[in-house]
Ligand binder design. Structure first.
Ligand code: PHE
Length: 360
């Protein structure tokens, strides 16, 4: 190798070693191998070399080119690795940091979500009246959600804007996300013989979304089937429940005639409150809380229960609604936002379960 090539090799290798980042490396590369680079110029000058030296000179230039390309590539790999190391170091999370204590930092760090707490309270109150807990699936057959409940095909509750439908099954019917907990009435009556006394909390779904409606919400269903059950049982049961749940022993309760396809007669149930202040129990205004009625004979018959022998009542109410009223929660949306500050504020203590002894 001639001196000029040895010098170029040495200079380039020094420059590569000094290149601290990929930009500096690229400048070195361009300076040697680029269009106007030093080695490129030597290659271009090959034509001017005397013919007897040209072959050897050409081979030497090509060897140098290969060597420098390899040196540049090696440096690029080293710089890439260093850049990655630096980035990993800069973005490293120190998982050894102690967590920020949530105020108040005490032995009870968690809290029961208000929805879960309300369900516990409802189960405690109805449990004391002899009800047992029942559950059903969120994805429900059309017949359970509508048909067996005497909801005819043209009923508005079946329209697409209320109901989330799933793709049709083998029977050609589309399963639904249950729009209420009432299908569990059907499942219970098909699954066990009367007498029946069940309470059914669970998730329900309707295609509705604004400040007071969520596409997923919770309901609780009640069902009683026995001999000689009358409207007075329904009224007594619901009045007792509402007074126990809201903790107001003289809470005014009003039954107002209404319509549901699966009950006859049907009644909406209102409680007394003050519309302006939101205070429950006094104030002369009425607030609708739940739907109820005597189980329709057709529904009993659909479940193989003889309506001449057995009667019953059913009711259904929105859990968010009564939770907001009981605790003065103004907005529905935070129920599902998992904001720890909100949960701490409205959540119930973990270590004091809902019991009737202390009043729920
Ligand atoms: N399922 C009804 C609703 O979602 C409520 C209801 C239940 C009414 C049981 C009567 C009896 O609105």
């Amino acid at each position: 190798m001639t001196d000029d090539l040895a010098t170029l090799q040495a200079e380039t290798e020094a420059a590569l070693a000094a290149a601290a980042d990929l930009r500096a490396l690229d400048a070195v590369r361009v300076g040697v191998l680029g269009k106007n680079g030093q080695l490129t110029a030597l290659l271009k000058g090959l034509g001017g070399v005397p013919a007897e030296q040209r072959k050897e000179r050409g081979a030497a230039l090509n060897r140098l080119k290969t060597a420098l390309e390899a040196a540049i590539e090696a440096r690029r790999v080293a710089l890439d690795a260093a850049a990655l190391e630096a980035r990993l170091a800069a973005e490293r999370l120190d998982v050894t940091l102690p967590p920020r204590p949530f105020p108040p930092a005490g032995p009870e760090q968690g809290a029961i979500h208000p929805i879960a707490r309300t369900i516990e309270e409802i189960v405690a109150i109805f449990g004391a009246m002899g009800f047992s807990l029942a559950e059903g699936p969120d994805v429900e057959g059309d017949w359970y959600n509508f048909g067996a409940l005497n909801i005819p095909d043209h009923h508005p509750a079946r329209q697409d804007h209320d109901t989330f439908y799933l793709p049709a099954g083998p029977d050609g019917r589309r399963p639904v996300l249950r729009t209420h907990t009432s299908p569990v009435q059907i499942r219970t009556m098909l699954g066990e013989a009367p007498p029946i006394r069940v309470i059914v909390p669970g998730r329900t779904y309707r295609a509705d979304h604004d400040a007071t409606h969520s596409p997923m919400f919770h309901q609780v269903e009640g069902l009683v089937i026995d001999r000689n059950i009358s409207l007075s049982h329904l009224k007594g049961c619901l009045i007792d429940f509402l007074r126990a749940f809201f903790g107001i022993s003289d809470l005014p309760v009003r039954f107002r005639s209404s319509y549901f396809p699966f009950t006859e007669p049907s009644m909406e149930v209102d409680i007394g409150w003050n519309r302006k202040t939101g205070e429950l129990g006094k104030g002369g205004d009425w607030l609708e809380i739940l739907g109820s009625g005597m189980v329709h004979p057709k529904v009993l018959a659909n479940c193989g229960i003889d309506p001449r022998e057995w009667q019953g009542f059913a009711f259904g109410m929105g859990i968010e609604r009564i939770t907001m009223l009981k605790h003065g929660i103004p907005d529905l949306r935070p129920f599902y936002e998992s904001d720890v500050r909100w949960l701490r504020h409205y959540g119930a203590p973990v270590l004091s379960p809902a019991t009737l002894a202390e009043g729920v």
